[in-house]
Write a protein that binds this ligand. Structure first.
Ligand SMILES: Cc1ncc(COP(=O)(O)O)c(C=O)c1O
Length: 403
């Protein structure tokens, strides 16, 4: 009865892309390659506990009061320096930094800032499912651009730009979720040139950027920005803890001022206790030393994953070996539908789960891929899980061959 009162965006014919994304299994030997979870044993629990205590000691009861939408200046100063030094965004100032409730809110606010119903939005194919779930709410006209080993296909993009009015482009340029690939410097430069030429905003989403296992960091796309068209978005979720729900972006003052209006309307401000605690953490600890530890453990897991894939996957299955980040992407023969495979054999028989490719495409029409996370599992789990996945795929591919 209430159904007709609900807005179109939550009607059953518009199901959430995140609902049911991670199937739960009640098997003792279940192995989940699904979520983009950091390894819990690497959370800096003691340092964060101390940082919260320090934040409380500093301001007493006032810590718990309403503060401002912009959050502590001390934290924004530190992030501006980080943007300059680590991302090569040389002109980042504290007034260009905005704090958000995780990177996810940054994505949502930028979409809200730019998109009227039907406006042109370019996404990579595949792309981050959480971004699609947010974009859906603004009912854009999606345009997909294929992902290549060196980032999105810019020739395809230019064809779209010639014939469509595009307002916004969303990219995960470093260690793509889910694709695992990184955009080359040449493409970063050309993408900004195209944005200038065709008048659109680039949202550069980089939660995995600091987690590089091979090679040297590339300048952010925002480094090449000449007309304030790039919004750089980062998060503490993957390098500290997801529960902090603290993201940050670098953008022009013109953009930030409008985003503050939207953030105030949504949730007034970032929780001061968290922002202040993270500021204390950064003051008393070396975040980059902590990141080095993460890199050590994750790069080992990546290698275990890559070796297991080489060993266990049947011929005809291709995997990306990312230079950083959390995910590898598997492409299986066209005849295999990875959503069906998940529910018909991977979970019930092999007790393993992955995220099927369909979920990562705006138009949900790619069914022969899957995303596998490797950071949240132990090396034994990775080896065991890949052995089981190899068997599942082998069987499915043989069945197809027999038919
Ligand atoms: C590409 C990408 N962007 C944004 C997010 C959102 O992260 P958070 O809101 O925890 O910062 C994620 C989380 O997995 C992600 O993979």
């Amino acid at each position: 009865m209430l159904k007709e009162l609900f807005a179109n965006r939550v009607q059953p014919d518009n199901p959430s892309r995140l609902e049911g994304l991670f199937p739960q299994m009640n098997f003792d030997d279940a192995i989940l390659f699904t979520a983009g979870s950091p390894a819990e044993e690497l959370f800096p629990k003691e340092a964060i506990r101390q940082a919260y205590l320090d934040a409380m000691d500093l301001e007493g009861a006032h810590t718990f009061q309403y503060h401002t939408v912009s959050g502590p200046i001390e934290l924004r100063e530190k992030l501006a320096v980080r943007a300059q030094q680590k991302m090569q965004i040389e002109n980042a100032k504290p007034e260009n930094i905005m704090l958000t409730a995780g990177g996810q809110q940054g994505i949502d606010l930028i979409a809200k800032l730019l998109l009227n119903k039907g406006d042109g939005l370019v996404v990579e194919a595949p792309t981050y499912v959480g971004a699609l779930s947010s974009f859906d709410m603004y009912e854009p006209s999606y345009h997909e651009v294929d992902l290549e080993p060196d980032g999105m296909n810019l020739d395809q993009l230019e064809e779209i730009l010639k014939t469509n009015n595009i307002k916004m482009l969303y990219t995960v340029a470093d260690f793509h979720n889910p694709g695992g690939v990184t955009m080359s410097i040449a493409k970063r430069k050309r993408l900004v040139e195209l944005a200038n030429q065709y008048n659109f905003i680039i949202l550069e989403d980089t939660p995995y950027r600091d987690l590089r296992y091979v090679g040297e960091a590339l300048p952010a796309i925002k480094h090449f920005d000449t007309e304030d068209r790039v919004v750089f978005l980062s998060s503490f979720s993957k390098v500290l803890m997801p529960t902090l729900r603290l993201g940050w972006m670098v953008a022009s003052k013109q953009i930030i001022q409008r985003l503050y209006k939207l953030k105030e309307a949504a949730d007034l401000e970032v929780p001061n206790i968290t922002a202040s605690a993270v500021n204390q953490y950064l003051e008393k600890n070396d975040l980059d030393e902590h990141i080095k530890q993460l890199i050590q453990v994750y790069s080992l897991k990546r290698q275990v994953m890559f070796d297991a894939l080489q060993r266990e996957m049947p011929e005809g299955v291709k995997a990306t070996c990312p230079d950083g980040g959390f995910f590898t992407w598997l492409t299986v023969p066209d005849e295999i539908n990875t959503t069906d495979l998940l529910y018909q054999s991977a979970t019930p028989d092999a007790h393993i789960a992955y995220v099927p490719s369909k979920n990562f495409y705006a138009f949900k029409d790619h069914t022969n891929g899957m995303r596998l996370n490797f950071t949240g599992l132990t090396p034994d789990e990775i080896n065991d899980g890949m052995h089981r996945l190899g068997e599942v795929l082998d069987k499915a591919m043989n069945n197809v061959a027999v038919k």
